[in-house]
Design a protein around this ligand. Sequence first.
Ligand code: MN
Ligand code: MN
Length: 467
Amino acid sequence: MTGKKENDKIRKELFYKRENGYDLVTVDERVAVEDYCTGYARFLSDARTEREAVRLGIAEAESRGFREYRRGMALKPGSKVYFNNRGKSLILAVMGEKPLTEGCVIAGAHVDAPRLDLKQIPLYESDELAYFRTHYYGGIKKYQWVTVPLELHGVVVLKNGKTVDVVVGREPGEPRFVITDLLPHLAQDQMKKTMAEGITGEGLNILIGSVPYDDGGKDRVKLAVMSILNDEYGITEEDFLSAELAAVPAYDVCEIGFDRSMLGGYGHDDRVCAYAELKALFDIDGVPARTCVCILADKEETGSDGVSGMKSAAFDCFMEDLCAEQVADVRRCYENSFCLSADVTAAFDPIYPEVFEKSNDAMINYGMGICKFTGARGKYDTSDAAAELVAYLRKIFDENHVVWQLCEMGKVDKGGGGTIAKYMADRNINTIDAGVPVLSMHAPFEVVSKLDCYMTYKGVLAAYSDK
Ligand code: MN
Ligand code: MN
């Protein structure tokens, strides 16, 4: 006969139980969580587009001794370089002690986020109000983007090649923009539509002005707006043809909850992992054993296509250049490399339990979420990391006291998603997904737990630091 105490011991030994991170971290670590999140909140507030994230990443890297990589540059263990891919994606590397033929430790996040891009002929006037037409970028629920204060970010590239940077609405006191919605009093027909149909893509037009130009002619309000833009930026309407302007939510990053345990803001997906990677790369103690590579990718939200997306050969070119310097074969390097595809995952939301499978989904405050596979409809469109890889992460995360959880994204038949993981795995690189669980993912205002943000940084640092 065994007593209750003995049974509890056996139960503890044999059963797997996921634990709330707050039951696992020390008081000191809670202070570290706060410090880390202060830095992250600043980054998220300043990096509103992929271009801004890349610019910030470069500035931070240069202040820590990273130099822009030039083909043929001599590199030695400890050398720190970065490759700026057209201002939209960034790859950084810290050269390791071991040769590149023994592989790299790669962490890959993306810095693009769902937003409302302006169309190439965006400006129009309707009934004496001026608007920008938009074409949304990434997977959004359109109804979430009306009656939200918006700010405008991007570039206008003039015919002479000169780039004009545009940021309006970020600083206090600057004007902001908005897409209006129908008042409930007159919305009885709209309210009968599905949430997918209630607001249309063609209806996402941003209100930008109302005062007419003082000449009594046609399109007076449009002319008045264009004349403000001409005064401010020296552009004409034709210059929008070669512009990339995006409207993003003008919400400030803030703490959520009486206990201030969460962070609300626009673009956690995936800047929360991008920041974790950058900070981890900067915090590597001494020279790493293997070369550490940090990717801030673009175009993940639209399928990773294009020159700045993860399918682009830009990554391979950079890696080949690094290998060439050591007369190493990049294919050898890839087959011995390990990639942590650092991207957010869905956090279990108690308000919508019907789409989740609680025992396998990520919980807020349970730490970095490792996804063995992503995809949908029976594991389609996923690289599905091998058990060996999961075991490896279990080992290094436990050794480094990283609070982590294994997770899927919702019920099997309910849908799914993808990341850059499969494009890395297709290169013959052992790849696994891991990142921060998010509430309201892809909404104009997303929520993450501070503890999970910090543990994701710790997880990436554990991978970079592994001997
Ligand atoms: Mn993502
Ligand atoms: Mn996403």
